[in-house]
Design a protein around this ligand. Sequence first.
Ligand code: NAI
Length: 270
Amino acid sequence: MAYNLLKGKKGIVFGALNEQSIAWKVAQRSVAEGAAIVLTNAPIALRMGELNKLAEECNAPVISADVTSNDEVKNLFTKTLEHFNGGVDFILHAPAMSINVRKGLHYTKNNYEFTHKGLDISALSLHRVLQTAMELDAINEWGSVAALTYIAAQRIFPDYNDMGDNKAMLESIARNWGYHYGVKKHVRVNTISQSPTRTTAGSGVKGFDGFINYAEKMSPLGNATSDQCADYAVTLFSDLTRMVTMQNLFHDGGFSFTGVTQAVIEQMEK
Ligand code: NAI
């Protein structure tokens, strides 16, 4: 059901790779709520071709940008400003990648070249996006920015590897920009800490099946799906949450505040 929550709003959605992507659902849901959007992803992701399907469905242009490149991020905003003939009201940040995870390098044996690259893509990119947006005055008054994160920023999940460090920095960058962009233009910046979700990035984590099943059993409401994450993101982009900023918002069915559940106790007693 749609409520027209984003009627007349314009946004940029980063990171839709395929139908499993959380950003894919956010794009669909934003448009269903009345928004006009621009889709963006890294050139390599665009070459896979799936994004065209979403672009057609959402009637959205696709503008390529590797989030580690100042020039490409600047080009994205310049073209978006032209396309909308003005600034945007919301941004979803969803790029993430760890080469250490991808190559199966244990946290105690990380390759720092890989660490730098992963940090740049997964965390610094939010800084780059917001710095560029501010320079070009590309976000409208009372705009809203949300970035996707995971509870491994606060707690150790061994196989999440250096992504835990990346997410901790991402959340800190969101808080800092929440202050600076808030003072300057009433723009709010939050992170959504989502349940483990079966996506390309998620499934790359070693032992993901065990991980997702454990979270399901440890959450009173069960794991939140990507569709439900999109519902939540839309509320943050809407005018109903104008005073929410600098927060790490758990969207996890209660996982983050649960000590233990009956289901886990029963499992342990087996
Ligand atoms: P996904 O694999 O569909 O999305 C990751 C995106 O990052 C892809 O679209 C990829 O092309 C993009 N990306 C990678 N390098 C890039 C670069 N250099 N420039 C621009 N874009 C780049 O996976 P998912 O799970 O939808 O990930 C979206 C966000 O949600 C990520 O921040 C992820 O860490 C976060 N998240 C995912 C969870 C999960 O269990 N899947 C749980 C909590 C947070």
